[in-house]
Design a protein around this ligand. Structure first.
Ligand code: ZN
Length: 142
């Protein structure tokens, strides 16, 4: 393991089913998740069995990327020099309309405008073949 450059944004190296998930969304450039071949429930994080019916078979399926903010935390101090330009940044948990939750960061919005239930859209930014960052933008009121 080589020492990482603290001036660069940290890029995780997912393993197991998480590695498959990140490779899938990185290649697709959009949010996808496991969908049970038996009951069609979608789930995240990926698991070997369906959390709804216990079946083993599953496939990747697109998410529309629309959801609501459930919880969040805003970071005001740098935890790595690669993220200094992003401060303050907000990491949030979003309940996608398909019924599963994903963690990502807020972009192009003021975290002070977030409320529980704020409508957001997911965006996937491929970083490599094995990792992609997930971002959320606030949906404009219509
Ligand atoms: Zn199922």
């Amino acid at each position: 393991m080589s020492p990482r450059d603290a001036t660069q944004k940290y890029t995780p190296s997912p393993d197991g089913l998480n590695a498959l998930f990140y490779a899938e969304i990185s290649a697709a450039g959009r949010l996808r998740a496991q969908r049970c071949d038996t009951c069609t429930a979608m789930q995240h994080p990926p698991r070997y069995r369906c959390g709804s019916c216990g079946a083993i078979g599953w496939s990747w399926a697109d998410s529309a990327g629309a959801g609501t903010a459930v919880s969040w935390a805003t970071t005001h101090r740098d935890v790595g020099l690669g993220w200094v330009a992003e401060l303050p940044y907000t990491t949030l948990i979003v309940e996608l309309d398909e019924g599963f939750q994903v963690i990502g960061a807020l972009r192009d919005a003021n975290y002070k405008d977030l409320r529980i239930g704020t409508r957001v859209d997911a965006h996937v930014e491929p970083v490599s073949e094995s990792f992609a960052r997930i971002w959320f933008t606030m949906r404009q009121p219509s």
